[in-house]
Design a protein around this ligand. Structure first.
Ligand code: A2P
Length: 345
């Protein structure tokens, strides 16, 4: 297969290239060539022995798979062009996720959605939704999910490299101030362009743009994408998204409610048996950064409702939340004979 990585110089794109190497695509049986693409600013730059290409009609020809992580606007314009030129596209942006002709896939949760790839594009879910989906699916299969209250604690890296750079740049300057007696002066001492407010030594309960009734687009993604992935259009969601001063690793506290009584022992068994989900008593994002699996812990029966459970989920937002699931989708497409030599045959 010839594989394009679009957005190859970004935080997720860099990981996509590393994962293709680590999972045996490069130099193995799967990829004959991997070509990195980025904006015109980066064209000509070298990544190892590869040269970054600009997006143009003549550079996008002849690919079997295109893995996209270059933002919504780039994806809206160039995913269909790659698809028209013969590639299957797996896209990380929010551009195509809610399109009814585009499957939205978590590899362990709903691989069957790949049966209908109308536009030649498959969408990778939002990083916060992704982590929640693994335990949610495990417990849904056991008890029948009806509602979730999700409160996220999202890392700076969810906003890409620029999100991490902004946090990193703020830490030394903010700590010079009196964080005990005059927090407002400390917060005002730095500029925030990526995050809604100063993130260093702080917690910011707002991500994204407002879409309806005081909810952000990030919060509505959690509702709408969960419904599509789990095929539960009536799933009741109460989402709140919060940015925290963590570099990589999203965490989410979930209260999930079910049709049937949710026995704690059965719940633990269902979570333990689910692929790529690990039980951890006190899961923290720092300890799970750089790991493929999603972690779940603090699993408790609800104090008032025996149909509800409370649990804490942690996942690397750049790996399972983005690059890893993208590559896993491409691997599923290959296993189904939809890309590469078997598709040509
Ligand atoms: P570049 O580095 O040339 O700006 P991140 O999410 O970490 O910010 O990364 C975004 C990725 O998307 C980068 O690889 C970036 O390339 C790429 N990108 C941004 N805008 C465009 C564009 N208009 N065309 C192609 N790639 C783009």
């Amino acid at each position: 297969m010839r594989v394009a990585v679009v957005g190859a110089t970004g935080a997720v794109g860099t990981l996509l290239l590393a994962l293709l190497e680590r999972r045996g695509w490069v130099g193995g049986a799967l990829a004959s060539e991997v070509v990195p693409f980025a904006s015109a600013r980066s064209a000509g730059k070298r990544i190892g022995d590869m040269v970054v290409q600009p997006l143009a009609d003549d550079t996008i020809e002849g690919f079997d798979v295109a893995l996209f992580s270059a933002g919504g606007a780039t994806s809206r314009e160039w995913s269909p062009r790659f698809a028209a030129a013969g590639a299957l596209v797996v896209d990380n942006s929010s551009a195509w996720r809610m399109d009814p002709d585009v499957p939205l896939v978590v590899s362990e949760v709903n691989p069957g959605a790949l049966d209908h790839i109308g536009k030649g594009i498959v969408a990778n879910p939002n990083c916060t939704t992704m982590a929640v989906m693994l335990p949610a699916k495990a417990l849904h299969d056991a008890f029948g999910l009806t509602a979730m209250v999700c409160t996220s604690f999202q890392a700076a890296g969810g906003a890409g490299q620029k999100g991490m750079d902004e946090l990193h740049g703020q830490v030394d300057r903010v700590r010079e101030h009196d964080l005990v007696n005059d927090g407002a002066a400390a917060a005002a001492s730095v500029e925030s362009k990526v995050h809604a407010k100063t993130l260093a030594f702080n917690v910011v309960p707002w991500l994204g743009t407002e879409v309806e009734g005081g909810y952000s687009d990030e919060e509505m993604k959690l509702q709408n994408e969960s419904r599509k992935i789990l095929d539960l259009p009536g799933l009741k969601m109460a989402p709140t998204c919060v940015r925290v001063p963590v570099m990589v690793g999203h965490a989410i506290e979930v209260r999930a409610t079910f049709e049937r009584r949710a026995d704690l022992g059965e719940a633990m068994a269902a979570l333990r048996a689910f692929p790529n989900l690990e039980l951890d008593d006190i899961p923290t994002p720092l300890e799970w950064a750089g790991r493929d699996e999603v972690a779940v812990g603090r699993v408790r029966a609800d104090l008032y409702d025996d149909h509800s459970l409370n649990f804490f989920v942690v996942g690397d937002n750049l790996l399972k939340g983005a690059a890893l699931n993208t590559v896993q989708i491409a691997e599923l497409l290959h296993a189904r004979g939809l890309v590469g030599a078997s598709a040509a045959a």
